[in-house]
Design a binder for this molecule. Structure first.
Ligand SMILES: NC(=O)c1ccc[n+]([C@@H]2O[C@H](COP(=O)([O-])OP(=O)(O)OC[C@H]3O[C@@H](n4cnc5c(N)ncnc54)[C@H](O)[C@@H]3O)[C@@H](O)[C@H]2O)c1
Length: 340
């Protein structure tokens, strides 16, 4: 069953996408990575908009429970497969290529698979889009900017990435995907749009992992009265966007004529230090957990904040859910789920 908190988020996304979403009715849409955190939200919204969804996911980091309520729908099919070796003779109206490990633990434990899904996997999806004459959305990441020297970071910034570091399988994988997409756009005039997503949080985030998803880990630690682990001094910053805002931005990018062939930052422009975040979550959960400090992982960016002027101008999009409201919803979801 779709739980109440996610269901309200889906309603909010559908409302914000508005009449633009009507074109998706009865359309055939391939979603790679649809069992993951963001992908499962996308599948729920598309189902609500009466689209026919084929979800391709190898369940390497996604969870079946994110989408099991959709399996009952005749408009939803799950194909358990690796996108890097996926072929299809079917034609699609839209392809949303979201499959990729996204958390440091996931991509650092499977760096080769991460590079494959962001090279061969993206190539497979581009060929399918070309054959189908479909529209495509690719989920890139703020990590393409690496340890950015320009903050807030605009789409025109080229990045400061360590090409051989432990994060490079992800950063450079996504950069290769973007370059490959632009090659297809230039050579074959494909209709592809790229979103560079900054840190997103909300229900369905996995709480496991050492330092990967900081909000779900802090919430999990605070609720289970375990020490809250901050890496480094906690002065490094991130800007956290609630999931319903991110998914709205993604879908507006897919649907807006002005976004054709564009790369658009989607994220919150409000920077928070990791230590402020730890204290806020401790307070909001009424937890007596201690905050402890551990060594900062290699190549961890010091600050990350997007310039979202392009999304505002092209899509009329900006995040609406305040950090505390998003945290309240996330904490409530984790409590109801009994994860902690
Ligand atoms: N969540 C964020 O804050 C964030 C930020 C920037 C970019 N992104 C991007 O958004 C997308 C979704 O991220 P998420 O947070 O939902 O991560 P997630 O790990 O929850 O979801 C990724 C999904 O892709 C699937 N997958 C991975 N490799 C696959 C393969 N080779 N074949 C088929 N399926 C495969 C996983 O099983 C999982 O269901 C990713 O492309 C990620 O890079 C997310």
């Amino acid at each position: 069953m779709l739980d109440k908190i996610v269901s309200e988020d889906v309603d909010f996304i559908v409302l914000r996408v508005g009449r633009m979403g009507e074109v998706l009715e009865a359309q055939k849409i391939l979603v790679t990575g649809g069992a993951g955190f963001l992908g499962s939200y996308v599948c729920d919204v598309l189902n609500r908009l009466s689209a026919s969804v084929v979800c391709v996911d190898d369940l390497s980091s996604g969870r079946l429970e994110n989408i099991d309520h959709l399996l009952k729908s005749e408009k939803f099919v799950l194909i358990k497969a690796d996108v890097s070796s996926f072929e299809s003779n079917e034609k699609f109206d839209y392809v949303l290529h979201m499959a990729s490990p996204a958390v440091p633990e996931d991509y650092q434990s499977r760096p080769v698979e991460t590079m494959k899904v962001n090279s061969i996997g993206t190539l497979n999806m581009l060929e399918l889009v070309r054959k189908s004459d479909a529209k495509m959305l690719f989920t890139s990441t703020s990590e393409v900017y690496g340890d950015a020297k320009i903050l807030p970071t605009p789409e025109t910034y080229w990045g400061n990435v360590n090409p051989i570091g432990v994060r490079s399988c992800y950063d450079e994988g996504k950069r290769f995907s973007e370059a490959l997409i632009m090659a297809y756009v230039r050579q074959y005039s494909l209709d592809v749009r790229i979103v560079r997503i900054f840190n997103t949080f909300g229900p369905r985030m996995r709480a496991d992992g050492m330092y990967g998803r900081v909000i779900s880990r802090f919430v999990d630690q605070a609720l289970s009265k375990m020490p809250i682990t901050v890496y480094g001094t906690g002065r490094q910053t991130r800007s956290f966007c609630y999931v319903s805002d991110t998914i709205t931005g993604m879908l507006l990018t897919l649907l807006s004529d002005k976004a054709k062939g564009e790369v658009i930052n989607i994220g919150s422009p409000h920077e928070t230090t990791i230590l402020q975040l730890a204290r806020l979550i401790k307070r909001m959960t009424n937890s007596n957990s201690r905050i402890v400090f551990k060594r900062l992982p290699q190549d961890d960016p010091r600050r990350r904040v997007p310039d979202i002027r392009k999304a505002k101008v092209l899509l009329g999009w900006r995040p609406l859910v305040k950090l505390e409201e998003g945290l309240r919803r996330t904490i409530e979801w984790f409590k109801l789920r009994g994860d902690a």
